[in-house]
Design a protein around this ligand. Structure first.
Ligand code: BYC
Length: 330
């Protein structure tokens, strides 16, 4: 049993023997590959941890629209503009499925927004970096969506039904996003010397922030042990980061671009690449709110929330009016 294995590593996860009968039945259902649905009993920690992860994921999708939205008006062709617009709309859709999944756990969307705006809930560190050139749209699609797929494909098998089901559609769309990013990179590297340089520069700036998307190294991951025992997470941060590097290096070679890591080398024994870790002090600094764009991203979300107040109020007033009219007619 995974729960028992974790206990033996001393990471503070209860073994089956330490659980009360209800918790034990819950864990056994998860260990057997069963799904947990909204009305089922669940430990409070499971519920809270899921709200944290799904809520953070939903916020990431919504905040993630900003760095790409930045380029819609400046896409180089009408076709590229239409594709980018569709991609950014998809991200909004992902956010909405995920907010719905989190709402089934007893939190409202308003509460999640409030927590985001007050800095009590996070969104992915990657969106605190600026998108400076058109090549960044390629790098974001290729690397950021590539990292997202690596992380999210296993989440289709998470133990919480609504989350797992939301991930199925999200993953299909992310795969299109990744291809459109790679396609932009292909175009850039086949273009002029200046365009190829732009593509290399985008890779240089997005490589380490993309590696950070998978979270801190396993030794510093607070939630992994319990989340994996509950199948809220299916792999550790380092496992997924390694898979991402192994998948991406040949793609960079195909593009004729250089990964900005002098230590990068194939390790026959482990069957994967050795690579340099990101600067973790930068990662934790971005999490504290000190990345290049944290302030702008959060402000944009707060402004959107405030600007939309009249729509929410109008809809609530309309619903109240309809309810009153229905009551009067009865
Ligand atoms: N950024 O114990 P750990 C997308 C936090 S959307 C910020 O390892 P966990 C896309 C972590 O929350 C991408 N914070 O955490 C959208 C925790 O702090 P708290 C989003 C991070 O949860 C639009 C602390 O560090 N994907 O790709 O076990 C366009 C310790 O970490 C980050 C998801 O959300 C980070 N990168 O593992 C394009 C997927 N990493 O909460 C693309 C679902 C860690 O205790 N989420 N932290 O205050 C997950 O799989 C996991 O939550 C993570 C982190 C792997 C991200």
């Amino acid at each position: 049993m995974y729960a028992q294995m974790i206990k033996s590593t001393g990471q503070g996860v209860k073994s089956l023997d330490e659980m009360d009968p209800q918790e034990r039945a819950f864990q056994e259902r998860i260990d057997a590959g069963g799904k947990i649905e909204p009305k089922d009993w669940m430990p409070e920690g499971y519920r809270k941890n899921l709200i944290r992860q799904i809520g953070q994921h939903a916020h990431s999708e919504i905040v993630g629209q900003l760095p790409e939205g930045n380029w819609i008006t400046r896409a180089p062709t009408l076709e590229r503009k239409a594709i980018l617009l569709a991609k950014v709309q998809d991200e909004a859709g992902h956010g909405l499925y995920l907010y719905c999944a989190a709402e089934t756990l007893g939190i409202t969307r308003d509460e999640m927004f409030e927590a985001l705006h007050e800095g009590r809930m996070k969104y992915s560190s990657i969106f605190n970096y600026p998108t400076l050139t058109w090549a960044d749209m390629g790098a974001v699609g290729w690397l950021v969506d590539g990292a997202a797929i690596m992380n999210q494909v296993p989440l289709q098998r998470t133990s919480y039904g609504p989350y797992a089901r939301a991930m199925v559609r999200i993953c299909k769309e992310e795969s299109f996003h990744q291809r459109q990013g790679f396609d932009i990179m292909m175009k850039m590297v086949k273009g002029t010397e200046a365009q190829k340089k732009m593509a290399q520069d985008a890779l240089n700036r997005f490589w380490y922030p993309s590696l950070m998307m998978f979270g801190p190294s396993d030794a510093d991951s607070v939630h992994s042990a319990q989340s994996m025992a509950w199948k809220i997470k299916m792999n550790t941060n380092d496992e997924l980061r390694q898979k991402f590097v192994d998948q991406t290096v040949p793609q960079a070679e195909y593009l004729g671009l250089t990964i900005p890591d002098d230590t990068l080398a194939w390790n026959e024994e482990k069957g994967g690449y050795d690579f340099a870790e990101p600067d973790w002090s930068e990662f934790f600094d971005v999490l504290k709110g000190n990345g290049p764009c944290n302030h702008d991203r959060l402000n944009a979300r707060k402004e959107a929330w405030e600007d939309g107040a009249w729509v929410r109020e109008g809809m609530l007033a309309h619903a109240a009016k309809k309810r009153a009219a229905k009551l009067a007619a009865e």
